[in-house]
Design a protein. Structure first.
Length: 322
């Protein structure tokens, strides 16, 4: 995320999202009743021209300001939509007061005018800092099937599978070594599409992961330098989830938000299972604990963050040193 301009007097910040992670952050930074403005494209029909209904009009691009009523982010399609009432724009092209949906895209500028609380500013800072970091990729490799797990701020983005054409025995397939190298190169080409890379975590059952690491060490030594190996009981999605839960990712990179969150939730569940008095859950119970200054760590699901009572608990926790 880039911050292009700021006017603190009127609460205006202009940002440019660089990645899908940034769109996800914006879906939580922008709230209902905030004012946003950006360049948008809308199909305009000339109602006075006498043209038929079959004429779909002309697409025109212009600056438009919206009072937000609804926000939706779909990570699988990479789309962020803001729907609301038009408050500013060329009146000869759009009627003020009508509804419009802005489809936000990566690299498009967005101006946000709102009452910025500390949580929103912290989240914006987090997005800016995250954009500067190199990628962490989990490579879940098996004999003939590999999936990549790109570690994102919002979770894991799965890429693949990459399928190999490798028979089980050397004496059956004389080209087996060549096919293995082709399989490994296909995996590597996909990895290289996500440069720069900070950590490459190669996981899986058996010895295929070790063989692939040796291939990288010979053919792509720069990638091999960023690689670590971890044995798992399964490959694919199951293997990726296994390393997220066992704390490996968190130990390798303290900035892996998803791994940190999973670790915190696991700790919470373990303490609940033990009936520990060190944890509490539920809005009323947590609110009471926050008011007593008894909250060290507060876990809130994204869907609840915008609620006024939750923000009050967050502010109380922070003011009490949590």
């Amino acid at each position: 995320m880039q911050i292009k301009n700021q006017d603190k007097k009127i609460g205006l910040i202009e940002v440019v999202p660089d990645t899908l992670d940034d769109l996800w952050h914006l879906s939580h930074i922008v709230e209902v009743n905030d004012y946003i403005s950006t360049l948008t494209t809308r199909r305009i029909q000339d109602t006075n021209s006498g043209k038929t209904r079959a004429d779909r009009g002309v697409k025109k691009t212009f600056y438009l300001g919206l009072r937000v009523e609804k926000i939706s982010f779909h990570k699988y399609t990479g789309t962020l939509r803001f729907t609301g009432i038009i408050e500013s724009g060329p009146e000869d092209l759009i009627p003020l007061g009508s509804h419009h949906t802005i489809n936000m895209q990566v690299n498009n500028s967005l101006k946000i005018q709102k009452k910025w609380n500390k949580w929103s500013l912290d989240r914006l800072t987090q997005a800016v800092n995250a954009s500067k970091r190199a990628n962490e990729i989990i490579v879940a490799i098996e004999d003939n099937n590999t999936e990549l797990g790109l570690i994102k701020q919002y979770g894991i983005e799965y890429v693949g599978p990459i399928i190999g054409d490798i028979s089980g025995k050397q004496n059956i397939d004389k080209n087996r070594k060549q096919k293995i190298n082709e399989y490994y190169e296909d995996i590597t080409k996909l990895i290289l599409q996500h440069m720069p890379i900070n950590k490459l975590i190669i996981i899986g059952p058996g010895f295929t992961k070790n063989d692939y690491y040796n291939y990288l060490d010979e053919k792509h030594p720069d990638l091999a330098k960023s690689a670590v190996l971890e044995s798992t009981g399964a490959g694919g999605h199951a293997g990726i989830q296994e390393v997220l839960k066992n704390g490996l990712i968190q130990n390798l990179t303290k900035d892996a938000k998803i791994a940190t969150e999973i670790s915190l939730v696991n700790t919470l569940l373990e303490n609940i299972g033990k009936s520990s008095n060190l944890v509490t859950y539920g809005v009323n119970q947590v609110n009471d604990a926050a008011n007593m200054g008894a909250v060290e760590k507060l876990l809130v699901v994204d869907e609840l963050v915008r609620q006024d009572n939750i923000q009050k608990i967050m502010n109380t926790t922070e003011n009490m040193g949590g």
